[in-house]
Design a protein around this ligand. Structure first.
Ligand SMILES: [Zn+2]
Length: 266
């Protein structure tokens, strides 16, 4: 009897605070060409959704998978840092076949970030190593089932902000005007990534044209988006990106839902 009481007390004291945190809800938004589920995790119940993507370029950018998973773990165990008006949709492995195969591309060789239907889409495109490759953009915009699944998810949930992690470059792209511009400024200030402005006459850090990217399509669809290139292909840079995310989420959570859909750069 006495032993049982002690056991219960020990059990109570050993329960970490995290045991009461809400577990993320897992959703499969589609299937990869290799038959793997495209898994996304929802956290929180606010009306303003923030979509966070890792692993779009598969194995060579595996540190973005590690970072995005760490972001999901952090907000799962620290729900008080997620404003009540916001929910997170976190997709750590946007290209599961590419992660499994150690490749940037989908199974059929099309690049996950050259297949989006913005006005700059091209069938033949430069890869992340500035090599021009026939068919890299797909046979047509959204030819790939993974691209279609993610685009459908974005169009049906209308995120207040998308953050898409890549590596390696040590810079970020983001909108310049309105609330989205404020969010990008907060992210740049908190993380310290350089934030070149090629649209405003600055020099692009890319030595090639990245046609058919997700960010151009998002911009044309009126959905604010930040693209972050981690500094190296190895380290997840968790602390600096958590600082950036917290700054952005607090600002977004403080303005209510009425400013959703404010357009970024045009
Ligand atoms: Zn990439």
């Amino acid at each position: 009897m006495r032993l049982a009481v002690v056991a219960v007390m020990l059990w109570s004291f050993s329960m970490p605070a995290a045991a009461w945190a809400a577990e993320p809800r897992s959703v499969s938004i589609g299937t990869s060409q290799g038959g793997q589920p495209l898994l996304l995790y929802e956290l929180g119940s606010g009306a303003q959704r923030v979509l966070i993507l890792g692993g779009q370029h598969g194995g060579p950018e595996r540190n973005t998978v590690e970072l995005t998973q760490a972001v999901l773990d952090y907000f799962t165990t620290n729900p008080e840092d997620l404003p009540a008006t916001i929910s997170l949709d976190v997709m750590p492995v946007a290209n599961p076949d590419g992660v499994a195969a150690g490749s940037r591309q989908f199974l059929d060789g099309v690049d996950p970030n050259r297949n989006w239907g913005g006005n700059d889409w091209r069938a033949d495109a430069y890869d992340s190593n500035a090599q021009f490759r026939v068919g890299l953009g797909g046979s047509e915009p959204f030819s790939e089932q993974e691209t279609r699944a993610l685009a459908d998810w974005v169009l049906s949930t209308k995120p207040a902000l998308v953050i898409n992690y890549h590596s390696a470059g040590g810079f970020m792209f983001g909108p310049r005007d309105g609330l989205p511009g404020e969010l990008a400024t907060l992210y740049a200030d908190a993380t310290g990534y350089s934030w070149p402005n090629p649209v405003g006459g600055g020099r692009s850090p890319l030595g090639y044209a990245a046609s058919g990217s997700m960010n151009v399509w998002l911009r044309e669809s009126g959905i604010p988006a930040i693209l972050v290139e981690l500094s190296t292909p190895w380290y997840p840079e968790i602390e600096r990106n958590l600082s950036g995310l917290k700054a952005v989420l607090q600002r977004l959570g403080g303005v209510g839902g009425e400013e959703r859909g404010v357009r970024g750069e045009v």
